[in-house]
Design a protein around this ligand. Sequence first.
Ligand code: FES
Length: 104
Amino acid sequence: PKLTIVNRAGEESTIEAQTGLSVMENIRDAGFDELLALCGGCCSCATCHIQIDADWTDVVGGPNGDEDDLLDSSDHRNAASRLSCQVEMTDALDGLKVIIAPED
Ligand code: FES
């Protein structure tokens, strides 16, 4: 499935994502160094914060409980915020577009 990533400079890149991996792992594997993902995907660092494009927020859904608490620590949280390690890439998300959130 295609995954479009908008970096902090506003530049869009589309990659061929792998299903079964998280959106975070897909972004990291594509070489984006803006997404620190310091905890490696165990939902404890919040440095993999992304915002879901408006066309996709309903499909992707909202954060789970721990993720929700962690997102509250960000100054850049909005209604489209997710931690990308908690979103699994699936074929249903083909065409997904995400924006790397500003650094806290
Ligand atoms: Fe640490 Fe997602 S990689 S919370």
